[in-house]
Design a protein. Structure first.
Length: 201
């Protein structure tokens, strides 16, 4: 009888250990970059945060305390959980694709992320404007992305310090309506009422 009880307890403990390990492994997959990480993704994070004025250190690909602090500041400014971990939501807000998945999935994620961010900007910045005016706001962002004088990503342009009031006052975090989403999509599809302008009206 004692052997049977010991065997049952042993199996139970083994199962608990397996479940704990499985959850830990999954968590490490979901958390993409954090304190102690290193590599190309960390360099991208540091570069973007440096361009936006959050990070003052070297772009060395090492996720140290300065990078962690900069990520926290970025998260606080953008309505994200300020845990200093560059998980999926934080990377999407920065315009960085995760290193997992196929290249086609990455492109889809990038397009989806750009549309979401542009839609939020249009809604936060210009929801009181005409439809053409809303498309123009999105077009200005895309024109800046193409210009050597601005960051080379949608997120980089939108989160550039002082570029848009909606970022500064937090309206970038509002849920966009269908009109804003449609205006952002039209701009992504090539409609540019501004005639290649990088200046917001």
């Amino acid at each position: 009888m004692k052997k049977a009880i010991i065997l049952i307890i042993s199996i139970f403990l083994l199962l608990c250990g397996y479940i704990f390990y499985f959850n830990l492994t999954n968590e490490s997959i979901e958390v993409l970059s954090r304190f102690g990480s290193s590599g190309e993704e960390v360099k991208q994070i540091q570069t973007k945060l440096k361009n936006w004025g959050y990070y003052k250190g070297n772009v060395d690909g090492v996720y140290g305390s300065k990078t962690q602090s900069a990520v926290k500041s970025f998260q606080k400014s953008n309505g994200l959980t300020a845990d200093g971990i560059a998980g999926q939501k934080t990377l999407e807000a920065m315009g960085i694709n995760s290193s997992s998945g196929s290249s086609s999935n990455k492109n889809t994620a990038s397009n989806s992320s750009d549309l979401n961010l542009l839609s939020r900007l249009v809604y936060g910045e210009a929801r009181g404007e005409s439809y053409t005016g809303q498309v123009a706001v999105a077009a200005v962002v895309l024109n800046r992305v193409d210009s050597p004088n601005f960051p080379n990503s949608v997120a980089g342009v939108i989160y550039q310090a002082g570029a848009f009031d909606a970022v500064g006052d937090g309206q970038i975090n509002l849920t966009p309506n269908k009109t804003a989403i449609s205006a952002a999509q039209d701009a992504l599809n090539g409609w540019d009422p501004t005639n290649r302008s990088t200046i917001l009206f």
